[in-house]
Write a protein that binds this ligand. Sequence first.
Ligand code: BT5
Length: 238
Amino acid sequence: MIISGFEILQFTEVESTNDTAAEYADAAGKRLVINAKRQTAGRGRRGRKWQSLDGNLFFSLLLEFPLKELGKLIMAATLGLAETVRFFAPEAKVQIKWPNDVLINNAKVSGMLLEKGAGEYMIVGIGVNTAQSPNSAEMLYPTTSLREAGIEVSAEDFLQQYLPAFAANIARDATDLRREWLQNAKGIGEKITVKQNGGEQNGIFEGIDDNADLILRIGNEKQKILAGDVFYTERENG
Ligand code: BT5
């Protein structure tokens, strides 16, 4: 099946859809989606695990995209996820958590792992907890699923709705995309803590730049953060 220029390849079980996608990165010019029913070794960033529970969605987009426009790819992919959740549940409280997560009611429903493939290929691996979520207590951050949030949608239907949203976003102007990303992001203008490699910094979340790097204001200084985990320090209002 082809949706919005992406050919979908279905697998029953893979270790990681990102690894399977990497094996296809010689198909010059092709845009593929590697979709698996089950994933046995799902990965997060920096060697972390992605709990891949039954009934959830696991897929990787494989497309040629200039590395210097990585920020645009990140914004297009995450914004597309938020838009897709809203398509199925217009009233849901959906937010993007920098850099790559999607939250519903302040809990993580989706994560994304971006990797470089061969040549100009980029691999955008996405996990969405459609049916169930792992135990929050064992996770870095509270977790949820679409079902727990009262949104009944199958992995297949979510993917079919996501692809046109993503394709439309990558065709958009970067400034426009960033504006909308910021409108959807959690914590802009608020106090946050960014943890990286054992260290942490506290400051005000000013926004992101065109590379999707986080801009943290510490006193009068603005600092660019390329990678890390954000924790919100303000009281959450549900
Ligand atoms: C991510 O990493 O959130 C990236 C997840 C990407 C998963 C997709 S599935 C398809 C493709 N194939 C792969 O192998 N990966 C991609 P990070 O920001 O590092 O967050 C990882 C952390 O999220 C873990 O250390 C846990 O604390 C938490 N976590 C693990 N599984 C989760 C889940 N199912 N739902 C919510 N949080 C989870």
